[in-house]
Design a protein around this ligand. Structure first.
Ligand SMILES: Nc1nc2c(c(=O)[nH]1)N[C@H]1C(S)=C(S)[C@@H](COP(=O)(O)OP(=O)(O)OC[C@H]3O[C@@H](n4cnc5c(=O)[nH]c(N)nc54)[C@H](O)[C@@H]3O)O[C@H]1N2
Ligand SMILES: Nc1nc2c(c(=O)[nH]1)N[C@H]1C(S)=C(S)[C@@H](COP(=O)(O)OP(=O)(O)OC[C@H]3O[C@@H](n4cnc5c(=O)[nH]c(N)nc54)[C@H](O)[C@@H]3O)O[C@H]1N2
Ligand SMILES: [Mo]
Length: 691
């Protein structure tokens, strides 16, 4: 191998994870031979997680789809026959054109975050479907409830700089499992611990993170909103609040104080399952140790009160003036710091320019119901990319029924033959991150990254962007925006008139691989107020929510399903089930590859020894987990990591690789969150028996 044939290419990890790592790909004679975390981006710090360190196994997997195919067997059977790109594109264009002639809203795109790149996940795809006049998709499957709740109080998805947390003296890790799902962020939390911080993990499950913290509090799933209210009650009653900060930088304190007055620890204890003294002690510690940081995550927002819980928690740092210090405050997501030029990327004007009728919107969390019951018009065609809805959407039984519809024309663009791919009429091969161009923002740090193509597309695989350009041409569209190159789109990603984007130009990103947002360092964003809310203050009282008919104040939204809120249901299905991310998977990505499957060792259900004994279950046995919505199987892990009444199924497994064709979403609920239309994966009662 000659040195000349070897090069190192700057790339970005594409996965849906707060860490968005900078990667270096070594390419020799056109083949990627090595991938590593970049040393120069502080957040990545030269390390990749256990999954992406083996990304080349994904790129060069013999399971990759390498050419277009059409279905030859029944839907769901997974039998396909190779066709040319020409035939695939002609089939899709003909079908879309004939449906659009009746009503283009009968066509629905379905995508989420298979890649987080702005070019390959939210640019020309949106332009194409806007031009076509297709139904719009509300992308709610993960974070929409939490984001909506956070926004009500804080104004946008902004918070403290995650790197500043090293100087915090108390850190609450709340509804997140950073050891698994935010590994590079966890490094900063560990550094804080080394410098003397106390770590408190609030999680119903003794997660890999909880094990490493000084204190673990295990509330019932979906009850953190009550815990936060009680903390506010104690802070106010005990005079642990920062009056000056409240007067200068918050809105609605008196109303808030009145609202939380009855929400004592005595009130919250039976709701959360936490002892009164524990709640009071937590509040007092939070009110007295400075600086105090809260690292929240989306585990909190998958329950009935998924938005309200974030509103409640977002009030805490303002009450104690924690924002005064860069290492104080809270962080759910940094994404709102990035001046992404959504109008330029997505071009919603292409819809209005070509269509008089208002668009129809479908919530992706309800895809099963939508496919089965939407009228005006019914969904006649579905184009799935960057997502695996058969496995990840809630209430999986209905999702499968929807995809089984004989009269539904379904296109799936994928790297692998996923559960969803089995239901495609036309199955298209996609490129991996090493084979296409992109540019990335992040939601767990403040750096933008470039992704340069390292190798040529494998087989006949094509990037998402390229397929939409080709389809636009086939459909006779002429708008220039539908034919821009990936480089041109990447250059439009950030709004360059925004001061924060200074230095985020394509040339700099290309040359260095990444750039920090133009924000001060140290960064104490709300030390002097300046919240991005309508009032410019931290809004305990939200007038904008009031105007939309919601409670203007923080409050208590109980779970849909729990022994306290639905006792009749709990009599039949007494166990609360959560299904958080497995360490070796990224949602369903990686869950088909041998290395990661072996490490996870098959679908498992963790249950408490008392619950196991009561059902005559012993460790290692095959279990049936069921409720009125469906059933799936998993192997029993009998452990005190869960409290009695709670079961945990690390997820998300491929259905067809799980023995019974099902996964945890066989039992998850179709119910949505209070605000934001999010799914309620972790608000789910089940019963368990020996299989
Ligand atoms: N290895 C790995 N990393 C991932 C992912 C993955 O699948 N695998 N997924 C990525 C994606 S898409 C996302 S959105 C994030 C998700 O990662 P996080 O935002 O961290 O959220 P979850 O993993 O859903 O839940 C985190 C923790 O919340 C706990 N939890 C569940 N319900 C509740 C509750 O009601 N209250 C409290 N306090 N805690 C609760 C769970 O037990 C879990 O330990 O991670 C990303 N990173
Ligand atoms: N029970 C339960 N269900 C859950 C969750 C849970 O915690 N419990 N978590 C939920 C959460 S937080 C989320 S975010 C969703 C995740 O749901 P999804 O976003 O659907 O995530 P993945 O399952 O990883 O599927 C992404 C797919 O995109 C494909 N892909 C990757 N790159 C490309 C590309 O460039 N082009 C194309 N066309 N395809 C590509 C991958 O191969 C993969 O099959 O799942 C949700 N479902
Ligand atoms: Mo997610």
């Amino acid at each position: 191998m000659s040195i000349a044939a070897s090069k190192v290419v700057r790339a970005a990890c594409p996965h849906d994870c707060p860490d968005t790592c900078a990667m270096e790909v070594t390419v020799e004679d056109g083949r990627a031979v090595k991938i590593r975390g970049a040393d120069d981006l502080p957040f990545t710090n030269g390390a990749l997680c256990t999954k992406v360190a083996h990304y080349l196994e994904r790129v060069y997997s013999d399971q990759r789809l390498l050419h277009p195919m059409k279905r030859v067997g029944r839907k769901g059977e997974g039998c396909f026959e190779r066709i040319s790109w020409d035939e695939a594109l002609a089939t899709i264009a003909d079908k879309f054109a004939s449906i659009a002639a009746d009503d283009p809203r009968a066509i629905l795109p379905y995508s989420y975050a298979g890649t987080m790149g702005l070019v390959q996940s939210e640019s020309i795809d949106r332009r194409f479907f806007h031009r076509l006049g297709a139904s719009l998709l509300e992308r709610t499957i993960c974070a929409s409830a939490g984001a909506a709740g956070w926004k009500a109080t804080m104004g946008a998805s902004v918070g403290m700089d995650p790197e500043a947390i090293v100087d915090a003296k108390l850190i609450l890790i709340w509804g997140g499992n950073p050891v698994v799902s935010n590994l590079h962020g966890w490094r900063y939390i560990l550094e804080a611990k080394r410098r003397g911080a106390k770590l408190v993990c609030i999680d119903p499950w003794r997660s890999q993170t909880a094990e490493k913290c000084d204190l673990h509090l295990a509330p019932w799933p979906g009850t953190d909103g009550a815990l936060a209210l009680a903390m506010m009650q104690v802070l106010i009653a005990d005079g642990l609040i920062d009056r000056d900060y409240i007067d200068a930088h918050t809105l609605g304190f008196d109303a808030l104080a009145e609202r939380v007055q009855p929400c004592t620890p005595e009130w919250a204890a039976p709701l959360t399952g936490l002892p009164v003294d524990t709640i009071r002690a937590l509040a007092r510690e939070y009110g007295s140790v400075k600086p105090a940081a809260i690292r929240l995550n989306y585990g909190l927002n998958r329950c009935a009160g998924g938005a309200t819980v974030m509103r409640n928690i977002a009030c805490l740092p303002a009450l104690i003036g924690a924002w005064r210090h860069p290492a104080g405050g809270a962080l759910l997501s940094t994404s709102g710091n990035f001046p992404v030029d959504q109008q330029a990327l997505e071009r919603p004007d292409l819809y209005t320019a070509h269509h008089a009728r208002a668009p129809r919107t479908i919530n992706m969390a309800t895809i099963g119901e939508a496919l089965l019951t939407a009228d005006d018009p019914p969904i006649r065609a579905l184009y799935v990319y960057n997502s695996n809805p058969l496995a990840v959407a809630p209430n999986g039984t209905r999702v499968r029924e929807g995809f089984l519809r004989e009269d539904l024309f379904c296109v799936v663009h994928e790297l692998f033959q996923t559960d969803t791919a089995d239901y495609a009429d036309i199955l298209l091969p996609a490129t991996t991150q090493l084979e296409h161009r992109d540019v990335h923002k992040a939601y767990g740090h403040l750096y933008a990254l470039t992704n340069e193509p390292a190798i040529a597309p494998l087989g006949e695989a094509k990037p998402n962007s390229e397929v939409f350009r080709l389809l636009a041409a086939r459909l006779g569209f002429t708008d220039a925006a539908l034919f821009e190159s990936d480089d041109e789109i990447a250059a439009q990603a950030f709004n360059r008139r925004d001061n924060r984007a200074l230095g985020l130009d394509p040339e700099t990103l290309r040359a260095r691989g990444w750039a920090r947002l133009n924000l001060p360092r140290p960064f104490a964003p709300f030390a002097k107020g300046n919240f991005p809310t309508p009032s410019g203050k931290c809004e305990f009282w939200s007038e904008s929510l009031a105007q939309r008919g919601f409670d203007p104040l923080p409050g208590w939204v109980p779970p849909h399903e729990s022994p306290v809120s639905s006792p009749a249901l709990a009599a039949r299905y007494p166990l609360a089930m959560i299904s958080p991310p497995a360490r070796n998977f990224l949602n369903t990505s990686f869950a088909n590859l041998p290395r990661f499957r072996e490490q996870e060792g098959g679908p498992k259900l963790e249950l408490h020894p008392d619950d196991a004994a009561r059902r005559g279950i012993v460790a290692g046995e095959r279990l049936r987990i069921f409720n009125d919505r469906g059933a799936f199987h998993a192997q029993a892990v009998v452990t005190e990591r869960v409290r009695p009444g709670l079961v945990v199924c690390p997820s998300v497994w491929w259905r067809k690789l799980s023995g019974d064709g099902e996964n945890a979403n066989a039992v998850t609920s179709p119910a949505l969150t209070d605000i934001g239309g999010g799914p309620t994966f972790y608000d789910c009662l089940v019963e368990v028996s020996k299989a």
